[in-house]
Design a protein around this ligand. Structure first.
Ligand code: GLV
Length: 328
């Protein structure tokens, strides 16, 4: 019987599939019970002897761990991004790495859009103001923000999620620029989007929204030099991965007025401590990495992660595998 580790309890739709397979005597589940991720030692212990695991963005899996557990056949990631897994090491050891693309695209774009709107129109500052009992009158200059409609939106990473954000921008009559190292020219033409280089995008956008994967090339893509190119009125949105932005440079840019604000679903470090200088800034809205967290989408992701895992263990081709070469 295959041993399967889960590093967190998943939404019901995924748990039901796994419990069914367990009841059928197909797998044996070992579930980390905590609300917080297992620490290194607990992760090593949890993965010991398992044939497959469903893992999260909070579970770093490197070559050392895979070498210690050579029987592992599949790592099924409960996310579309899988930068917590050393893919090269997994592939070299024949471990299938699966993920959950597609189902979270629009949900993630919605949250990026919520951050953009909230940052532009100072929604969180306004809510805090009311809650603090400061609202005394209608003010002619009270909490003035930036218009979203007819502004210029710059999308860094014109993949599935970037395109959905572009569609939302179309609804707001925005001029839309996009940068991607492998640009989809047809999609750009269909959506009326200008494909530009990163420098042009940073210089001309009122909103810069990040939607690229975290790789060696995109780590600190938005550094002090990039931030210096942005307009002092511009707002940065990050619903990709925290390390795409150099946090110290961002704090500096926000403190000195090099840019006007930021809306962040992801941070570096993550979680970001409450006493971090970024958290204390008025012109920043931070939410705790919840872009895919709609009830429906998290259910679909759990189902997909379970299906991917079970498929590999059954010797079938999983619907979503990032290193299919290990199957042959
Ligand atoms: C979440 O961050 C994901 O990559 O799905």
């Amino acid at each position: 019987m295959a041993k399967v580790a889960l590093t967190r309890i998943l939404p019901d739709a995924g748990m039901a599939l796994l419990k069914e397979a367990e009841a059928a005597g197909e797998i044996e589940l070992d579930i980390w019970p905590g609300d917080l991720p297992p620490d290194r030692e607990a992760l090593v212990a949890l993965l010991h002897g398992c044939d497959g695991a469903i893992v999260l963005v909070t579970d770093p899996i490197g070559a050392e761990l895979l070498d210690a557990e050579p029987q592992i056949r599949v790592l099924s990631q409960f996310a579309v991004g899988y930068d917590n897994i050393d893919l090269t090491a997994a592939t070299a050891r024949g471990v299938a790495v699966c993920n959950t693309p597609g189902v979270l695209t629009e949900t993630t774009a919605d949250l990026a859009w919520a951050l953009l709107m909230a940052s532009a129109r100072r929604v969180v500052e306004g809510a805090d103001y009311v809650r603090a009992g400061k609202w005394q009158t209608w003010g002619p200059t009270l909490l003035m923000g930036a218009d979203v409609h007819h502004a210029t939106l710059g999308i860094v990473g014109f993949g599935r999620i970037g395109k959905e954000v572009a569609k939302r921008g179309r609804g707001f009559d925005m001029r839309i620029l996009a940068f991607d190292t492998m640009p989809d020219e047809q999609a750009a033409a269909d959506l009326g989007i200008e494909l530009v280089d990163l420098e042009t995008l940073l210089r001309e956008s009122d909103f810069v929204s990040l939607h690229c994967a975290l790789t060696a090339e995109t780590r600190h893509l938005i550094d002090a030099d990039a931030l210096a190119l942005m307009k002092p009125t511009a707002i940065l949105i990050n619903a990709a991965r925290g390390p795409v932005v150099d946090t110290d440079a961002l704090v500096n840019a926000l403190q000195t007025g090099a840019i006007a604000g930021a809306g962040l679903d992801v941070t570096d470090p993550e979680p970001i401590p409450a006493d971090h200088p970024l958290v204390g800034l008025q012109n920043v809205v931070i939410v705790p990495h919840i872009a895919s967290a709609s009830i429906a989408t998290r259910g679909k992701m759990a189902e997909m992660a379970a299906q991917n895992l079970l498929a590999v263990l059954r010797g079938e081709r999983p619907a979503h595998i990032v290193n299919p070469e290990v199957l042959s």
